[in-house]
Design a protein around this ligand. Structure first.
Ligand SMILES: [Zn+2]
Length: 288
């Protein structure tokens, strides 16, 4: 993978087939396909979800059957946290909310953005999905308490104007570790913003977000890195490595501070490369 790539190449259609639930930690699962899905956090009070996949019927077709399969089907769903207002993250929100009565949480900025954004991953017409109802506004700095788990909400702006990062302690055979999940991967440039100046501004904003994420990861000893998209953090490959684990072997998702630094640095470099790519300052001026 080209580390300077800001936006991933479109996924293979085969990667969009449901994969069945994957257990990552004692208290973290993923249910979806190789590109999109929901992160499932069982707490002492019920389940918290991060992300709602791309499809409107994600709940009934993939998520609920997956929860049944891992024995969590009758647990209360406490909340659905969204990282940002792009369709491939919120697609299943409305069905999840209607089926479970859970809160749907997002930043105020992206709650507005997703309703006003001109270009989304797919149009509402193509997908049958429109921007979902947000029942709880959350903001960077919030510490969301769900039973015995606390999810820290961090600023992830740049990929979208109000994108959020999340961090939480998870456990591996009882041993605590901490992940940082960066909500965004790169910046869309003029595809999204149409003018050069706004595109450059958001690329710089995301680079600055990477710096904040790294400061946070250092201060809180994050030793796991996630992107909401499994294919953008090697989630299925790493889960595969864990299948051959013997008692006492480390969990392959635990990559240490330097591993986390590597992922964040790649995103930083990609954003800085985007700043140069989007700008026309370096191109020779030709009078028209
Ligand atoms: Zn996005």
């Amino acid at each position: 993978m080209n580390i300077y790539k800001s936006i991933p190449t479109p996924p293979n259609p085969d990667d969009m087939k449901p994969q069945g639930p994957v257990k990552l930690f004692d208290d973290l699962y993923f249910i979806g396909n190789k590109v999109v899905g929901s992160w499932v956090i069982p707490t002492s009070e019920g389940i918290v979800l991060i992300e709602a996949s791309a499809e409107a019927d994600h709940w009934e077709k993939v998520l609920k059957p997956g929860l049944d399969e891992i024995g969590l089907g009758s647990e209360k769903i406490l909340a659905l946290l969204l990282t940002h207002g792009h369709m491939d993250h919120y697609g299943g929100s409305d069905h999840i909310m209607r089926a479970t009565g859970c809160d749907v949480c997002l930043s105020a900025v992206d709650a507005v953005y997703m309703n006003t954004r001109k270009k989304n991953i797919r149009t509402n017409k193509e997908s049958g999905v429109s921007a979902p109802m947000i029942t709880r506004i959350i903001a960077p700095g919030d510490e969301l308490v769900f039973g015995d788990h606390v999810i820290s909400v961090l600023d992830g702006a740049g990929h979208s104007p109000g994108c959020l990062n999340y961090s939480m302690e998870v456990h591996d055979n009882g041993e605590p570790h901490r992940f940082i999940m960066m909500g965004g991967y790169g910046v869309f440039g003029t595809f999204e913003w149409e003018d050069v100046q706004t595109s450059v501004m958001y690329a710089l904003k995301f680079a600055s977000t990477c710096v904040n994420a790294w400061e946070y990861a250092k201060a809180h000893n994050c030793d796991i890195f996630f992107n909401p998209h499994p294919h953008l953090c090697n989630m299925y490959q790493t889960a595969e490595e864990n299948k051959n684990r013997k008692p006492g072997d480390p969990n392959a998702f635990v990559i240490g501070r330097d591993g986390v630094r590597q992922w964040i640095m790649e995103r930083f470099d990609a954003c800085m490369a985007s700043v140069v790519e989007f700008s026309d300052i370096r191109k020779p001026f030709v009078e028209e």
